[in-house]
Design a protein. Structure first.
Length: 401
């Protein structure tokens, strides 16, 4: 008998009918002989509604009590699902994070899992029960209920799978992971598999199918993840350790992000002390910068560009005023209509010429780029947002993604 952890997200359990439907799927799987641990999210947008309730009674809700409140969302789903299963003749037990032995740090609303007393779950499995665990929650060393941060049920599921040494299946409202967002490129192909490293590069760049923390955990403990549509009717995507066949693809995916703006500081006196000062102040102001570029010095001056989240614009303007008082000659240019486009692929590690192909696509299609950065398996460009669609189509066609 093999064990599997499954996770059903909020949209998969948003109504009673959907919970009944999932119960039938679980019954079928149990009958086929699998041991099931099932992690559930809160029904639909319950978590948002609970946060709204808290905001109605307090402008700054106490975080400890917020965790008390938010953890109830997942408890409702787990109890209802267990009841439904019993009703159709399958023994099940609903557990809170605490009852499932999930221990976290004592940090409210964004706790990390420290360990799981997995025997609690194992004992219920031995009794041949389907174990339903409320996702997104645990207990700290002082016995307080904690939550793991938004989207945290993915992490609950992967952590349980790591402890049980079994695979993790995540069921959601999309068919799996696509090489490109089908909303931008309708011909996008669903991936049969993707490596942890590629998924991490893509997740942090905006492919929001699975919580990044969960992929990091899966990668660390080598938990194979399968992401698929909650009906189980079409095949999904495996996120797993690299094997030889996976390395063949040069480009696995392409992501875009419109969340950043590009700041250029012109006429900075070319002295490492000045450059160091600017980036130190950015760090002190907690502005999370990304792509950095600098022109060659001309008459002792350089221009420095970097990207930063759009919502840090006010902070950047404040910094600019401060810099102008210190460095008289500087001029600032902020461009808001920029898009970051990234291509990701393990094959880049061994195959050359990917950047050259991309430059050719940009040149043939008259797409100007402003900055380029690379990692071992990723190349990112900043381009004007007006060129985004053209760039995505041309790259996706060329690399068949
Ligand atoms: N219910 C929580 C949220 O909406 C956790 C989760 O669904 O993963 O963020
Ligand atoms: Mg989610």
């Amino acid at each position: 008998m093999s064990t599997v952890v499954q996770k059903y997200g909020g949209t998969s359990v948003s109504t009673i009918d959907k919970i009944k439907f999932i119960a039938k799927l679980l019954a079928k799987r149990k009958k086929a002989g699998d041991n099931l641990v099932v992690v559930v999210s809160a029904m639909g947008n319950t978590t948002d509604k609970l946060i709204e309730l808290a905001n109605n009674v307090s402008t700054n809700p106490s975080k400890r009590e917020l965790d008390m409140l938010l953890s109830t969302g997942e408890q409702i789903t787990s109890a209802l699902l267990a009841m439904t299963l019993k009703d159709i003749g399958y023994d099940a037990i609903a557990l809170t994070g605490f009852q499932a032995g999930i221990k976290t740090e004592d940090k409210h609303t964004r706790a990390s899992i420290l360990d799981i007393e997995i025997n609690k779950v194992k004992n219920h499995l031995k009794e041949d029960k389907i174990v339903i665990v409320a996702g997104f929650q645990g207990i700290d060393k002082n016995g307080n209920i904690t939550t793991l941060g938004r989207g945290g049920s993915d992490t609950t599921a992967v952590a349980l799978a790591a402890k049980l040494n079994c695979p993790c299946e995540i069921y959601t409202d999309v068919e799996g992971i696509y090489g490109v967002d089908p909303k931008i490129y309708p011909n996008a192909k669903k991936l049969d598999y993707i490596s942890y490293d590629e998924m991490l590069e893509m997740a942090s760049l905006g492919a929001k199918v699975i919580e990044t923390r969960a992929v990091e955990l899966a990668s660390k403990y080598k938990v194979p993840i399968y992401i698929a549509l909650n009906t189980g009717s079409v095949s999904g995507t495996y996120i797993k350790e690299l094997d030889e066949s996976m390395e063949e693809k040069v480009i696995t995916g392409l992501t875009t992000s419109d969340d950043d703006l590009m700041v250029t500081i012109n006429n900075v006196l070319y002295d490492i002390k000045n450059i160091c000062y600017i980036f130190n102040r950015l760090a002190e102001m907690d502005i999370n910068i990304d792509m950095i570029s600098q022109t060659a010095p001309i008459y002792g001056y350089v221009n420095i560009s970097f990207t930063a989240p759009k919502d840090s614009k006010n902070l950047i303007l404040k910094l600019v005023d401060e810099l102008k008082a210190k460095m008289k000659d500087i001029e600032i240019d902020i461009q808001e209509n920029i898009t970051k486009i990234s291509v990701v692929g393990l094959g880049m590690r061994t195959q050359s010429g990917v950047a050259a192909k991309l430059f050719k696509i940009f040149s043939d299609n008259n797409i100007q780029f402003k900055q380029v950065t690379t990692s071992e398996i990723r190349i990112s460009y900043t381009i004007n947002t007006k060129d985004k669609e053209k760039a995505v189509f041309k790259i996706a066609e060329e690399f068949n993604i």
